[in-house]
Design a protein around this ligand. Structure first.
Ligand code: SF4
Length: 436
């Protein structure tokens, strides 16, 4: 008997982290995943999740202590009912879905006079604030790959969070003008010796929450050639002097920063100080900085919100106009101060990721959860809206961590009878617009 197998190779973009690796190859055999090339274990896990049994499969509405299965139209109708009856709904998440879905979410929030926030408020929000104040001296990952001879990772361990970052864009990549890593140098600055730190030419250990002082001291050393009188006591000054020498010798340098800088100590002042240091370094040679964004389209969420409202996250429409004031309008602020009466989560898990003190405020609140996978948020939700996995089962647009837009194409045709985030939100928007 001759068995005929229909085997095709699909060129894909990995929808897991902010690297958005667009050189992934997935071999499909009779429509099922046979092999995945060029993806790291995190990316493979995400792509393989399309065939996982751990999925949200049914549209569910809470009835008493149970959840009952309903049709998609009934689920949309009930979602519209809850959203329209809320005084101040917050629509949160958006970093694991397409820009097209993010746009629709913003339109819904505007009609409802609610709040639209994305996960930036609990990751790189401080960098977004500093960028709005002074601008960010940045570049694309392609420029870094082709030109950077000194790479600094500050408060970030790419080997664990962005496993292909080294190889595709930085230390191990082959650039046009920097052909191999023998010519690149790397400095890692962190509170602990990470796996990336063990590979670095220079590892500088800093005490937790001291980054602002360390950046300021380094800035002084670079500018005046010696440490200031009131230098940071939380770091070895000789280490900083050696780092300053490497920095001054570089022709093209980059600082990649992660949550170890954005969510510690002096918050946005860390980033303000870093951007100021980068501007100083540009007096000697070319220097740029790029955030190490986690969720694959959190950068897109910031860009879409910025071009639609002027603000990158935490946008409050309750006065009819976009209003932005982190410290007052992020999900943390609003839940903590009991200022919202409905939470709609899209492609996120706020109940599994926000601080317990904030999560406890959602008890008794109406929750709508739109997600391909079961999470603590879908578990607690009054309405569960399952969707296809964006970037695996459906397409769209996403922005890489350096702000470059990358198209997402569906890798395989889902066997599930579900809608994409975009299709579902379009239905909800139509229903709300029609009833308003
Ligand atoms: Fe996917 Fe990130 Fe791994 Fe690239 S580095 S394959 S985008 S998880």
């Amino acid at each position: 008997m001759k068995i005929i197998v229909n085997r095709i190779i699909v060129k894909a973009t990995c929808p897991y982290c902010g690297c958005l690796c667009d050189d992934v190859e997935v071999t499909l055999e009779d429509g099922e995943i046979y092999s995945i090339k060029n993806a790291c274990p995190l990316g493979r896990m995400k792509i393989n999740s399309a065939t996982s049994n751990v999925r949200n499969l049914k549209y569910l509405i809470k009835s008493g202590n149970d959840k009952i299965e309903v049709t998609v139209d009934e689920a949309v109708e009930e979602t519209a009912n809850l959203l329209l009856s809320a005084d101040k709904p917050i629509l949160y998440g958006w970093s694991n879905t397409s820009c097209e879905a993010q746009r629709l979410g913003l339109k819904i929030a505007k009609i409802l006079r609610g709040v639209w926030d994305n996960t930036t408020s609990v990751c790189h929000g401080t960098a977004a604030i500093a960028t709005a104040e002074s601008g960010i001296p940045s570049a694309t990952l392609g420029e870094v790959k082709n030109r950077a001879d000194l790479i600094i990772y500050w408060g970030s361990n790419p080997l664990e969070a962005h496993p292909r970052h080294f190889k595709r864009y930085s230390y191990y990549s082959k650039g046009r003008f920097v052909s191999n890593n023998a010519r690149r140098k790397m400095i890692v600055i962190d509170v602990r010796e990470t796996s990336a730190a063990r590979l670095a030419d220079k590892f500088i250990q800093v005490k937790p929450n001291s980054d602002y002082k360390v950046i300021s001291t380094l800035h002084h050393i670079i500018k005046f050639g010696e440490p200031p009188e009131r230098k940071a006591a939380e770091v070895n000054i000789n280490d900083l002097m050696e780092a300053a020498k490497l920095i001054k010798e570089a022709k093209f340098g980059v600082v990649f920063f992660g949550l170890g800088l954005t969510m510690t100590g002096y918050g946005y002042c860390n980033l303000d100080a870093l951007y100021s240091l980068i501007r100083e370094l540009n007096r000697f040679s070319k220097w740029v900085t790029i955030p190490m964004r986690g969720h694959y389209n959190v950068t897109g969420a910031n860009i879409v919100a910025s071009y639609m409202t002027g603000f990158p996250f935490a946008v409050d429409f309750s006065t009819g106009k976009p209003y932005y004031n982190p410290g007052e309008t992020t999900i943390i602020d609003l839940l903590y101060h009991n200022e919202c009466d409905l939470l709609m989560s899209v492609a996120a898990d706020p109940l599994g990721t926000l601080p317990g003190e904030v999560v406890s405020k959602t008890i008794g609140m109406k929750i709508i959860a739109q997600d391909p996978f079961p999470t603590p948020t879908t578990e607690a939700a009054d309405i569960v809206l399952p969707t296809l996995i964006c970037g695996v089962e459906t397409g769209g647009t996403a922005y890489r961590m350096d702000g470059v837009p990358i198209p997402l194409k569906p890798i395989l045709k889902s066997r599930l009878n579900l809608l994409s985030d975009e299709e579902l939100l379009k239905k909800i928007l139509e229903r709300i617009s029609w009833r308003r």
